[in-house]
Design a protein around this ligand. Structure first.
Ligand code: PMT
Length: 222
């Protein structure tokens, strides 16, 4: 533990996409590169926190954190996060967890001899709600990635998932989001909100970590 706004605190962060297997060679996933989550992990470490990063598959270099766990599926990420949640003061869910996975994964490569194929998908477990509903609940931060009504959906998520703070980003609008080096955030909590304008994910992560530290200390000194 170092000095800084998060000195003495343990921060658990999820980052990157998950991969949901269809068969041994194919999977369903999304466009998350892991950049936002990794930038948050580095920023939290610089702010003095002990950081545990749970990451889906990414091409990024290993960040400077105390603990790194690599997972593949949403189910793996759920178990890994839940095994660490009781020792975390703060949880930040920056991962783009697949919302649905194939009901069954074929154990052999599916042959392409049919003109159409139908996949049945099943909803994955909501990690963020499980964290915020856990017995030793950490200060819980969720992300929201939206193509429209960003502020409304972010506020709804804050209430529906009993979160302490939501960081919402636009996707598909040239305002950062998935894959880009830059991002912009609308951040809300009970009783306030702020806008963090377009900046590098590194700079934005510094600002978001400062904001999270402020809200965490306000809540825990009350
Ligand atoms: O990785 P990058 O390329 O840098 O891109 C960054 C990002 C756009 C992925 C990131 O900033 C971001 O927005 N992450 C959350 C993406 C997402 O899945 O949003 P959502 O609105 O679908 O989910 C909302 C929240 O619920 C997220 O905190 C997510 O981690 C969580 N969730 C979702 C589904 C699920 N089964 N479990 C969850 O915990």
């Amino acid at each position: 533990f170092g000095t800084g706004v998060l000195a003495g605190l343990s921060v658990l962060i999820s980052a990157g996409p998950t991969r949901e297997p269809i068969d041994p060679v194919r999977y369903i996933s999304n466009r998350s590169s892991g950049k936002m989550g990794y930038a948050l992990a580095e920023a939290a470490a610089r702010a003095g926190a002990k950081v545990s990063l749970v990451t889906g598959p990414t091409a990024l270099k290993v960040p400077n954190v105390q603990e790194l766990s690599r997972v593949e599926t949403a189910e793996d990420m759920y178990h890994c996060v839940m095994s660490k949640v009781s020792s975390a003061n703060i949880y930040i869910g920056a991962a783009a967890v697949a919302d649905y996975c194939p009901e069954t994964a074929a154990n052999r490569k599916i042959k392409k001899n049919r003109p159409e194929m139908v996949l049945t998908l099943r909803k994955t477990r909501d990690i963020l709600s499980a964290v915020s509903g856990s017995a030793e609940r950490p200060f819980t931060v969720g992300f929201a990635a939206e193509t429209d009504q960003l502020e409304d959906y972010a506020r709804q998520k804050l209430a529906a998932k009993s979160l302490d703070l939501v960081a919402a980003n636009w996707v598909g609008r040239g305002q950062g989001g998935f894959e880009n080096d830059d991002n912009a955030l609308f951040v809300c909590w009970n009783g306030g909100h702020t806008y963090l304008p377009l900046a590098s994910k590194t700079a934005l992560a510094e600002q978001l970590i400062r904001l999270i530290a402020e809200r965490y200390h306000a809540q825990n000194s009350a």
